[in-house]
Design a protein around this ligand. Structure first.
Ligand code: 58G
Length: 242
């Protein structure tokens, strides 16, 4: 069972997104264990201070080393969350800082993380992390896209969702994940369900033909067209562009 730790100032933000659908079922079925820890619990002073001014000046506050790194040390030394005779969980973890400066998260990284035993996600607020957090933790920086958010919690949830649905047994239908967009470097083909005619918009004849070869050909063609139109970057990288 993979264990995902999240270090955050707002543990309650995770309650609802992790309580539904695939993630809920994956937790119930023992595919994943998600452990939330509050960085503020590790603050030393009576104000529970976790941020401070940036050396060199400039607007905004920076997450301090001590509370984050003490919290990290605590979860790394912790026992198995689902009491396995109080044994220490010493499995090596991938440690990930969610920042706009990170390498871009994609389906390939999701698959890589789904093969790990332990992942530790660190979600910050304010204007960033003291750089020594990354260095001391041996953390990698990951970004879910080129935009700035008020906190790393939503990116952490995005990563959890993308990873958990890839765990064997999470989707029920075993080849659902193999058919995902990006698994062949292209976007998915358009899909249709009942009725055959919706306000005069008909389901393409080929999909009703029962001719599996023709259906496959049509879908591939549609996938190529959509990728070329919406994602020229992916199209040019795919082996179909030549
Ligand atoms: C600059 C600004 C550095 C991840 C904010 C660090 C986190 C976007 C992403 C921060 C994030 C993303 C403070 C708030 C990280 C911190 C956090 N925004 N694109 N914001 O994955």
């Amino acid at each position: 069972m993979i264990r995902i730790d999240v270090l955050t100032l707002f543990t309650e933000m995770f309650d609802s997104p992790l309580a539904f659908s695939i993630i809920k079922r994956a937790k119930q079925n023992g595919l994943v264990e998600i452990v939330l820890s509050n960085i503020r619990d590790f603050a030393k002073d009576s104000y529970k201070k976790v941020d401070d001014k940036s050396y060199g000046g400039g607007a905004g506050m920076v997450m301090m080393c001590q509370p984050v790194l003490d919290c990290l040390e605590y979860v790394q030394k912790s026992t198995f969350a689902k009491a396995t005779a109080d044994k220490q969980d010493s499995r090596p973890a991938r440690i990930i800082l969610l920042t706009p400066q990170g390498k871009k998260f994609d389906q390939r990284l999701a698959k890589e993380l789904a093969a790990e035993q332990r992942i530790i996600l660190i979600a910050g607020h304010y204007e960033g992390f003291d750089e020594r957090i990354r260095i001391s933790a041996g953390a990698e920086e990951v970004s879910i896209g080129d935009y700035v958010l008020s906190g790393g919690e939503l990116p952490a949830m995005v990563i959890i969702d993308a990873v958990v649905r890839l765990l064997p047994g999470a989707l029920g239908d075993e080849d659902s994940a193999a058919n995902d967009s990006f698994s062949d470097g292209l976007l998915e083909y358009p899909q249709y369900t009942r009725p055959e005619d919706f306000n005069g918009l008909k389901v393409p004849d080929v999909l009703l033909s029962g001719n599996h070869k023709e259906i496959e050909k049509w879908r591939k063609q549609q996938a190529l067209e959509k990728t070329k139109k919406n994602r020229p970057d992916l199209f040019n990288k795919s082996k179909n562009s030549d």
